[in-house]
Design a binder for this molecule. Structure first.
Ligand code: ADP
Length: 425
């Protein structure tokens, strides 16, 4: 249903308008009458919201609304069957638990609000449900912590990272999660399989830091966490999910759209009486994305980091001598010296050992993280300040040109590389 004109859509109560913005131009949407929300955040009346190309979203109304759209859509339709009532019921249960936690600030056990982890296969609506739960909680004045473990997409900063940030107000339907002081650890690859040991260690580090923050902040402790995970739910992916549930001490596991995963998790977690495993229906509105679309989305996220959602940021092009920067990567060197191994055995690479890498022409198009570490051995436990993108490597003059969000000195000379690349277009 391709359309380019202005159109009005009347929504009955508990219905939603599902929209896929055209790949070529943005779409403006506004609420003409009634009340409606986009993924948990209320739409302001009469104000045009401009969605960039490719975006897929839904406008849901609890009591009825009229919506106006201006611009091109790939598709749009209304749906009267949604799982929203079951989602908001989960929110109500979480809200009651937050209130209980708030009521007993001095008891370290019961002052902890819900730690919710959302799991399910790719394209089951995990990020969307996480967003709704966070926005509904923020609307009621809570400041829940959002933890994103999905390194394939990276909703907080860029792909290749795991990150956490407090959500202090309902998430903007267009702008997404605000980038104020997120806590970010750089894995460096768009899939954890490239270095699963490192992924586990970084998840533990992030969990440890949050635990420390919660210890000193009863407000965020009571509000709890919502943890988004990646869509890899079997084999090593499943193992990493169990690891995350354990590392973050999750108390509520929400399983979207997969019976098998839900029953497996119920079985293994039955020994933990304080963990609830709840199966939830996947929304029929969730749009499936193939590998190519997901890769393009990754590129968009990186572009957005440097240039802003609507090209409103101006990144700086900087030139440095090779010697000005010290680049490390994880998983380079041998685990044990050959002399310590049985005769004939080949030393395996230690996945979490840090090795220094010489800058060469292979650096072109790499996205590197700038560590907050003061010393190399602090890198694994340090969060990152931001990222740079390599646009030119001159091996004749030993100079590297890179894009950074701002000009001037980088916050540290320690950079971390993985396999994350981006071709600017
Ligand atoms: P997952 O995190 O499980 O991979 P997402 O929550 O990212 O899945 O959803 C996949 C895509 O579907 C996203 O682009 C999201 O905006 C879109 N989407 C989710 N729910 C709806 C809905 N009810 N209507 C329209 N689009 C939706």
């Amino acid at each position: 249903m391709a359309a380019t004109t202005t159109k009005q859509v009347k929504l009955e109560k508990e219905c939603e308008l599902r929209v896929e913005v055209s790949p070529d131009s943005p779409l403006r949407v506004r609420l003409l009458s009634g009340t409606a929300e986009i993924f948990g955040t209320e739409m302001p009346p009469q104000v045009w919201l401009s969605f960039p190309p490719f975006v897929k979203f839904a406008v849901f109304t609890w009591y009825g609304a009229t919506i106006e759209m201006d611009g091109a859509t790939e598709t749009y339709y209304t749906a009267d069957e949604t799982p929203m009532v079951s989602y908001v019921n989960v929110h109500a249960v979480l809200d009651a638990r937050r209130n209980r936690a708030k009521a007993s600030p001095s008891d370290s056990e019961s002052s902890q609000g819900p730690r919710v982890i959302v799991v399910g296969p790719t394209d089951s609506g995990k990020s969307t449900l996480s967003r709704m739960l966070l926005s509904w909680a923020a609307k009621q004045g809570w400041k829940p912590t959002f933890v994103d473990l999905d390194i394939g997409q990276g909703t907080i900063t860029i792909p290749g990272c795991i990150a956490a940030t407090p959500i202090e107000s309902p998430i903007d339907p267009v702008e997404g999660i605000p980038l104020e002081m997120p806590m970010v650890y750089f894995h460096g690859h768009p899939t954890p399989s490239a270095n699963a040991d490192l992924y586990k260690i970084l998840a533990r580090e992030l969990a440890k830091i949050l635990e420390r923050q919660f210890a000193g902040n009863t407000e965020s402790r009571a509000a709890g966490m919502v943890i988004n995970t990646m869509g890899w739910v079997d084999g090593l992916g499943y193992e990493l999910l169990l690891h995350a549930i354990d590392a973050f001490n999750a108390t509520v596991v929400l399983v979207l759209g997969q019976e098998k995963l839900c029953s497996m998790l119920k079985d293994v977690l039955q020994s933990k009486p304080n963990v609830d495993v709840v199966k939830l229906q996947k929304s029929g509105g969730v749009v499936s994305r193939n590998a190519k679309v997901r890769q393009r989305a990754r590129g968009h996220r990186i572009r957005e980091y440097f240039y802003g959602l609507s090209n409103d940021l101006s990144p700086h092009s900087n030139v440095a001598n090779f010697g000005d920067l010290t680049v490390y990567k994880f998983g380079g060197g041998p685990q044990a010296p050959r002399s310590a191994l049985p005769i004939g055995a080949e030393p395996a690479a230690d996945p979490i050992r840090l090795v220094q890498v010489k800058i060469d022409s292979n650096f072109l198009h790499l996205v590197l993280a700038v560590s907050f570490a003061k010393e190399p051995d602090e890198i694994i436990s340090s969060n990152v300040a931001g990222y740079i993108y390599v646009t030119e490597v001159d091996t004749q003059r030993n100079k590297i040109t890179y894009l950074a969000p701002s000009s001037g000195e980088l916050p540290s000379r320690f950079l971390i590389m993985g396999s994350l690349t981006w071709i600017e277009n």
